[in-house]
Design a protein around this ligand. Structure first.
Ligand SMILES: [Zn+2]
Ligand SMILES: [Zn+2]
Length: 142
């Protein structure tokens, strides 16, 4: 599991400028499980850093994504959403309200991965498993 100190070291090694705004973005993404999009991240960070620009948010997200710290996740409305959660899990995506929830199923997912490796002969570096449907609340309003 990547933590803030590891990430900062990694960024320093790559000569990425580490500003309090950028740290705030990383911290937020490490602790949230809502899988926010860039605008939502901007809204949150702006509360503490009113001067932050959308461009900084995009640049930071891009950099973190290229470094493998962040992952883009699927969405139901086409807007890029992100997570820093690198643990094996399934993203449950509601196609009605757009919310994304994590479901952990370590044993089954590890078995699945082993089978996939056997069949494909790949060395897996990341994974993204997503199910689409109606969440608990939206299901009731069908
Ligand atoms: Zn829903
Ligand atoms: Zn997730």
């Amino acid at each position: 599991m990547k933590n803030l100190t590891n990430i900062i070291t990694l960024l320093r090694d790559k000569n990425f400028r580490i500003t309090p705004q950028r740290i705030a973005i990383i911290k937020y993404l490490l602790k949230t499980d809502v899988h926010p999009n860039a605008e939502e991240i901007y809204q949150v960070i702006q509360k503490d850093f009113p001067m932050i620009s959308m461009a900084t948010v995009y640049k930071t997200l891009d950099f973190l994504k290229n470094m493998g710290i962040l992952h883009k996740v699927g969405t139901s409305n086409g807007k890029n959403r992100f997570e820093a959660n690198i643990e094996k899990h399934v993203n449950m995506i509601c196609t009605k309200c757009g919310k994304i929830e994590d479901v952990y199923e370590q044993i089954v997912l590890s078995q699945l991965e082993n089978e996939i490796i056997k069949k494909s002969n790949y060395h897996i570096v990341s994974r993204r498993i997503e199910f689409y449907g109606y969440c608990k609340n939206c299901k009731l309003k069908l």
